[in-house]
Design a protein around this ligand. Structure first.
Ligand code: NAP
Length: 483
């Protein structure tokens, strides 16, 4: 079940939010602490407009909420609102006033007994959950993982406390996002989400994202889990490439972003969940290599892996950047019209690009800010190299490929080679995909060049990844949500 936390500061705003998301969610949390001046009449008006079960919460500041007016007033407000037909009340583990708890039981309002830690995952988390559930209430912990190891601990709850049916386990912040999406795999009764453009708690995803992109409430024990591993990772468009394609192909599968600080720890979690396959992004494309039982020819050549799939008891590494990069310029490469290419950058993506171009016997010049790295890649691939400032001196270039991270949001005004002398006859290929029209692309367009956008490569490599994950062809063009 998806629970929409209403984030408006007035009843009218909350009612609008509820109406907008009514068809996506199953219950609603009214947060009294987020209302600017909550009173019985306002909450009554709100409750009358909601036709799904309601959770009543008044979260204190120390637990991540906004309530600062003391316990006496909080109890009085909760007591009066309890009478308005709510189904659940959220009371913190250290809430001691008997009258509220007693009245909730008289009214058959379910008690969610919650514990919050906005800084860490406490060592005694399992014991705390057991204690919270002592009186037959729903035990809820909302804690803050600080690593992928912490995230793994939250997924262990389902196994360790399998006989505790009524529990909610939430990892807050970015590390916890997989626990929110895969809430059923933590054994949780429901997961919380917010209206678009707002966030009631750190790590809340929007109701639309939860319901339409991830279809989180459809996950079962049989659902195959895929994902993307990176740091940072939330900017990636890959969930928008894979999740709609799983749905269109009729597959019971989900693709989730995993923020990962330690690759070894992620592989442990991947075995535990289990994960069937995953994309790899910065900075882990080399770091996954020691954990792979098999690698493709391209991974061996490039020394970098962006796709991992389970093959029996082994993990196999592939590199779809190699072929994804080639696809938009395949016709020119096959016609032999790209003879000389300049590659800006010498990082992980540049490695795939240079190897792919050398595979077609193109002459390649690598230009990089750190000249040493350009030199190393040039030596490996039998290419030429120079410092990035030498961009101004390049002549007779058929293809220029921009592989640095310069120009990515939020620094989208920057062009790593502002002095490159475009003649208008080059193909200008940008790897950055957010924004679509980078400063580099704009300069190339002004000169009259044919341009290839980063999104074209992203989609091409994503489709190949989908095929490796599922053995099926990619169903159709993804929606505009990838842009
Ligand atoms: P990476 O391994 O970290 O390499 C980053 C590259 O950018 C290095 O060459 C680095 O130069 C250069 N760089 C960074 N900041 C710079 C600056 N201020 N001035 C000049 N050069 C700078 O990253 P990566 O994996 O290669 O990814 C690079 C970009 O490609 C990212 O934007 C990524 O999203 C994009 N990408 C897109 C696709 C796609 O499908 N469209 C696929 C893969 C990657 P130094 O060596 O001097 O540090």
């Amino acid at each position: 079940m998806l629970c929409l936390t209403l984030t408006g500061s007035h009843a009218s705003e909350c009612i609008e939010q509820f109406r907008e998301y009514r068809n996506l969610i199953h219950l609603v949390e009214i947060r009294l602490d987020l209302l600017s001046d909550p009173d019985r009449d306002e909450v009554a008006q709100l409750c009358q407009s909601i036709d799904v079960p309601i959770i009543l919460t008044c979260r204190r500041k120390q637990d991540g909420g906004a309530w600062e007016q003391g316990e006496k007033l909080r109890t009085a407000l909760l007591l009066t609102c309890l009478e308005l037909g709510v189904s659940y009340i959220d009371l913190e583990e250290d809430y001691k006033r008997q009258e509220l708890e007693q009245r909730a039981r008289e009214l058959s309002v379910n008690i969610i007994r919650s514990y919050h830690d906005t800084r860490k995952v406490p060592e005694d988390m399992f014991a705390r959950l057991v204690k919270l559930s002592k009186r037959g209430d729903i035990a809820k912990i909302a804690v803050t993982p600080q690593s992928i190891t912490d995230t793994h601990i939250l997924f262990n709850v389902e196994r360790e406390l399998a006989d505790m049916p009524n529990k909610i386990v939430i990892g807050m912040g970015e590390w916890g996002i997989p626990t929110r999406i895969l809430y059923k795999r933590t054994g949780s009764l429901f997961t919380y989400c917010s209206p678009e453009g707002t966030s009631a708690a750190s790590g809340h995803l929007s109701a639309k994202t939860m319901a339409e992109l991830y279809r989180a409430d459809r996950v079962t024990q049989a659902t195959q889990i895929f994902g993307v591993v990176g740091n940072p990772v939330m900017h990636t468009s890959s969930p928008m490439i894979h999740n709609p394609a799983f749905h269109q192909s009729g597959l019971d599968a989900i693709y989730v972003p995993f923020l990962v600080d330690n690759v070894r720890s992620f592989f442990k979690l991947a075995e535990r969940l289990p994960v069937t396959g995953f994309s790899v992004t910065v900075p882990h494309k080399q770091q996954v290599l020691p954990f792979l039982g098999r690698i493709s020819r391209e991974v061996k050549l490039i020394g970098s892996c962006n796709t991992v799939v389970r093959k029996g008891s082994l993990w196999k590494g592939l590199n779809t950047d190699f072929y994804g990069f080639l696809q938009p310029i395949q016709a020119e490469l096959e016609a032999g019209t790209i003879r000389k290419a300049v590659v800006i950058g010498a990082g992980g993506a540049a490695r795939s690009v240079v190897w792919a171009l050398r595979n077609y016997r193109c002459k390649v010049v690598i230009l990089n800010r750190t000249a040493q790295k350009a030199r190393k890649l040039a030596e490996e691939t039998n290419s030429q190299w120079d410092e990035i400032s030498a961009a101004a001196n390049q002549e007779h270039v058929d293809l220029i490929v921009q592989t640095t991270s310069v120009g990515m949001e939020p620094n989208d005004q920057l062009n790593p080679v502002p002095d490159f002398p475009f003649s208008g006859r080059e193909i200008a290929y940008e790897l950055v995909y957010k924004p679509q029209r980078t400063a580099f692309i704009q300069a190339a367009e002004q000169a009259g060049c044919r341009v290839v956008y980063g999104m074209q490569m992203l989609l091409a490599q994503g489709k190949l990844q989908f095929e490796s994950f599922t053995g099926l062809s990619y169903p159709q063009e993804p929606t505009d949500s990838t842009s």
